[in-house]
Design a protein around this ligand. Sequence first.
Ligand SMILES: [Zn+2]
Length: 437
Amino acid sequence: MPGTIVSPVSSRRNPGSQSSLREANRARILDAITHYGALTQVELAAVTGLSPATVSNIVKEQAAAGVLTTTPTSRSGRRAVRVTLAREMGLVVGLHVSNRQLRLALADAGHQVLAERTLPLARDHRADSELDRVMLLIQDMAESVGAGLGEVLAVGVGLAAPVDPRTGIIATAGLLRGWDGVPVAEELEARLHRPVFVDNEANLGALGEYRMGAAQGIQQAAYLRVSHGVGAGLIVDGRVYRGGSGKAGEIGHLTLVEQGLVCRCGNRGCLETLVGAAALAAQFPGSHGDVKLRDIVLRADSGDARARRVIADAGRHLGIALAGLSNLIDPHRIVVGGELAEAGEMLLSPLRHALERSTLATGSGGPEVVKGALGERAEVLGAVLFAIDRAQITAGRSDNTVRTVTVGPAPDILPGIGGILPVLTPEISPERGGLAS
Ligand SMILES: [Zn+2]
């Protein structure tokens, strides 16, 4: 939990201390910008519960100190001031290692992506050689924006397998074979000499969609990633829920057919044996299972009846599995991402139908199902946010500007901004520990 917030409780205990109150307000503004990226001064006042005059004064002071950058902009036709963290506050890297692709994004602490790279991965890719490649790519990306590795505050990594949060090691062997048993954070830290944090890809996709995509402001939400494999990331009470050993949300390995085909996880009849990329490709005889998900979507878009049928069937299977998930964690919204989500309503309509049939009825209806807003970047952008959250950014005494970055445990997640700004009043409950918790 960031140490930057003086909790309202302690400032009340010490009412005479104007400077500690000002310090707390400064920290509150900084934490809001760290969480949300760029905000206008009006939005900052709404999110922090501070008066517009206080916000304006602190922004002016911190801009002069080189902590914040302000740019004129307009919102709904009105002139406004957009506030972000100054680029000098540092950079973060998001890395997404999926089964067949590597995706990297370099961003500043104000959430602005400065450079991105996407590379295909060989079928039998291995951690050691890929991490060597990642190191060179990060160096190259930093150089491309005129920065050095030393400016990177933290790296967030999403892997295509459940990651045990206690060890940072893949919790279930066989899902990302060349990476099993590898302490990825340590290995990458040894190469970059920067702090590295590792999580499951669907958890980071969920974080991305929750904070800046289709699940903004939805405190109970699920993100379903339908790609080479199938996984889910769960947002429970506004936080990513990882479970005891990091396997929460492994919906792809839910048994749907008791005597079904053997899955790559070693069990039988998993959802993935019905809707994973290999299962879908096998529906195209003569292709030797080489059809890519993107090709299936393209064929379906152009009216190919087989491709449309294969996608609709996948939607039905996913809907049945999601009904089980809904009955357990009861999300208000399910966001569908991954390559197959590009099929849009061809996938979502049969999915919703199957979901409705098997979800416990409630007065308010079942969960809403929508396509992800971040597309295939959800995971890498989530990895960027994960890195920003872990690199706690502290700045700003007016007399003696302090810029420090400490690396600590993950803070909780604030709701996304969505259409309506969540107004956090000064009475933040002590157990939440302040705005950035
Ligand atoms: Zn399985």
